[in-house]
Write a protein that binds this ligand. Sequence first.
Ligand code: ADP
Length: 306
Amino acid sequence: MGSLIALGECMVELSPAGEGLYRRGFAGDTFNTAWYARRLLPPDWTVAYGTCVGTDALSDQMLAFMAGEGIDTAAVRRLPDRTVGLYMISLTAGERSFSYWRGQSAARALADDPDALEAALRNRDFIHFSGISLAILTPSARDRLCAAIAQARAAGARVVFDTNLRPRLWEGEAAMRAGLTLGAAVADIVLPSFDEEAALFGDTNPDETLARYRALGAGLVVVKQGAGPVMIWDRDAGRAEFTPKPVARVLDTTAAGDSFAAGLIAGLACGMAVDTAARAGIRLAAQVIQAPGALVPGIFGQAARG
Ligand code: ADP
């Protein structure tokens, strides 16, 4: 029995469903992780999502979707003057591209009510957030969010930070470096991707990425490299490395990292050793990238449903 909250922005997803038609879904990095974690964790675990939405019909539909998927929405704040963000997927000769409308989304107010934030983070076993959760906030709201997370961590929560770099969401490279460093400094577990870290911090190999986050105080750092080896440093178990089994037909890598994080977190929450939990994350991500979309219900049997 336990409790996990993921924090950030869930968006409306419009994906192509025939000429001029779109299917409406809901997705977003930390929300995807919560969705996968819900399916992996035992039913007596609470999996909550922390964000802000509007009071309009679309926001109602998003909350109904979350609740229908078993996600606790008690920590979602509702703002009468805003609504949820949206992205649309375009397919051009089989290649996916994304257009976003999220500049004014309600989720940007995530850290604007300190009491609500503190209540949302209280008594959690795991808190999950990402570079995107920070990027959508103002610099002072980033500080507030990280201070609240640090306080919950001091009270016993294990904090997971998925770096998820999105340069277009930040004010600039310096702000992105500062924001990621701020987030990682309040985390126990940091989940960077090497290609992104190399581009932003100039790391020349994954060990430099591991060392940088280790120096910020994380007890577990897992550096991902797509199909390449997953490099792990754990304060107790030391250094390990696992190469994902090759996937013959990669269809859509959306949510590879998000599902990896869910597999790892759920494994740790269930008492697995770090290497076993990491392998569970790798296996889940391999299944997710063989199917279209961020959320892939088909890979779970009924019995696996939390
Ligand atoms: P992110 O989505 O956070 O950038 P990655 O793209 O590195 O992260 O992918 C996360 C995990 O998903 C990898 O560590 C790996 O386990 C799995 N994965 C991603 N791409 C592939 C691939 N082409 N083949 C096999 N596994 C993959």
